[in-house]
Design a protein around this ligand. Structure first.
Ligand SMILES: [Zn+2]
Length: 275
């Protein structure tokens, strides 16, 4: 699964626009990023089986990147890093940290849905989990497409992005979905596990950078920072291309009421809580 993880990141970006969407995409793909890095380092294994043309499923030995125990550890580490590195009030930092940690652990939850039973609970020899939805690839890809398109729709229902950037981001997301579908259906076996790890790692890094670049400054449009009490742009404001129905003001009113002072501080200083 690749596109589905990105769909989760896009959806969470709608909830917490102060985190750059590139960072959320990186969080959603963190376990795969670690997997391919660990394969290159020889710490984890991936085997291209003889039936790859039929299943398109490599066999993984990945306790450190995709074990349940380590998944929780990576999630907590990522969340703690965001908490300590970001600016803002303790409540804002905690919210950002928890959401990012949730995105990291969502990767494991989606993977356990689609993989065959091969995700260990703790170490390599422990119980292996996996519901094997990839054995019904049509359904699995439909779930993945729904996650990406749903996340993209939620993201676009937010604010602060020009139409041109929306178009590029939508095209990028659909390209990612197309690559996922091709990779899981008709792609030939990779020449080696090492080549698969290298190309997958490069693809993940490229996608993270691209989303980060496209999502820069989206949460708090520069033109509105000085005028608004929160990161919600006024859709009727001159220069805003956000439709009225997409105003983030229908985000939880309680959430806005909780942090007006700190949001004001962030907007007047031009700081983003998480770059
Ligand atoms: Zn994974």
């Amino acid at each position: 699964m690749f596109a589905g993880h990105i769909g989760v990141a896009l959806a969470v970006s709608r909830v917490e626009p102060r985190i750059n969407v590139g960072l959320l995409v990186a969080a959603s793909l963190l376990l795969d990023l670690l997997l391919w890095l660990f394969v290159l380092l020889g710490w984890e294994t991936v085997v291209i089986p003889a039936d790859f043309r039929q299943t398109h499923q490599p066999r993984f030995g990945f306790p450190y990147s995709h074990g349940l125990l380590f998944g929780v550890v990576w999630s907590a580490t990522a969340g703690a890093s965001v908490f300590w590195l970001s600016a803002g009030s303790s409540r804002e930092k905690l919210r950002a940290a928890l959401l990012l940690a949730l995105v990291v652990v969502s990767h494991w939850l989606l993977d356990v849905l689609v993989h065959r039973p091969e995700l260990p609970v703790t170490s390599a020899g422990s119980r292996q989990l996996g519901f094997g939805l990839w054995s019904n690839m049509t359904v699995a890809l439909a779930v993945e497409a729904a996650l990406l398109i749903g996340g993209l729709s939620l993201f676009f229902a937010g604010c602060g992005m020009s139409r041109a950037r929306k178009l590029v981001l939508a095209a990028t997301s659909l390209l990612v979905l197309a690559f996922t579908v091709v990779g899981m259906t008709v792609a030939p076996p990779p020449p080696s596990a090492f080549a698969m790890a290298g190309s997958s790692l490069a693809a993940i890094l490229l996608v993270c950078v691209l989303y980060g670049w496209l999502g820069r400054g989206v949460g708090v449009p520069e033109s509105l920072k000085a005028r608004l009490p929160s990161s919600c742009p006024n859709p009727s404001a001159p220069g805003s291309d956000a439709p009225a129905s997409s105003d983030r003001s229908h985000e939880s009113g309680a959430a806005h009421a909780e942090r007006p002072a700190s949001r004001n501080a962030a907007t007047t200083t031009g700081k983003r809580a998480v770059p």
